[in-house]
Design a protein around this ligand. Structure first.
Ligand code: DAT
Ligand code: MG
Length: 138
């Protein structure tokens, strides 16, 4: 089992000024930051990142949203990182997310849900490599 996962703070959360509070909750949740950047995706880049969802009905909406404003991308380290981070962020739909989770605290809707978290060790590696070169992590 790998000890890293990948996250993004999404455009809804950066635009509402939640970046600092979300990073605080991530760090207090026991994760350390291995790499981090503030950036903005083009539609093409957002489309490539979410390629696995391209057949789903919300794909166009998702790509438009994820390229609509700045994001923070980060590689996080903790024992059991992928599963523990999914627990910390809560369910995809914030209405169903547990009390105290990041999505419960900061997300407005299923489509604009504040944060991304990798769903497997394999995808954590793919997603981290999408944003960060070897020189940008330690
Ligand atoms: P998660 O981000 O919890 O891993 P996912 O991988 O199923 O969820 O979907 C990726 C993103 O797509 C999700 O964070 C928000 C958007 N999304 C998922 N289901 C949706 C829906 N039913 N309507 C609108 N957007 C949706
Ligand atoms: Mg997912």
């Amino acid at each position: 089992m790998s000890n890293t996962t990948f996250t993004m703070i999404k455009p809804d959360a950066t635009s509402k000024g939640y970046t600092g509070a979300i990073l605080d909750q991530i760090i207090k949740g026991g994760f350390s930051i291995k790499a981090m950047k503030w950036t903005k995706l083009t539609k093409e880049q957002a489309g490539a990142f979410y390629e696995v969802h391209k057949e789903r009905p919300f794909y166009g909406e998702l790509v438009d949203f994820m390229s609509s404003g700045p994001i923070v991308a980060a590689i996080l380290e903790k024992e059991n990182a992928v599963a523990d981070f999914r627990t910390l962020i809560g369910a995809t739909n914030p209405a169903e997310a547990a009390e105290g989770t990041i999505r419960k605290n900061f997300a407005a809707s299923i489509g604009e849900n504040a944060v991304h978290g990798s769903d497997s060790d394999e995808n954590a590696a793919i997603e981290g490599n999408f944003f960060f070169s070897r020189l940008e992590r330690f």
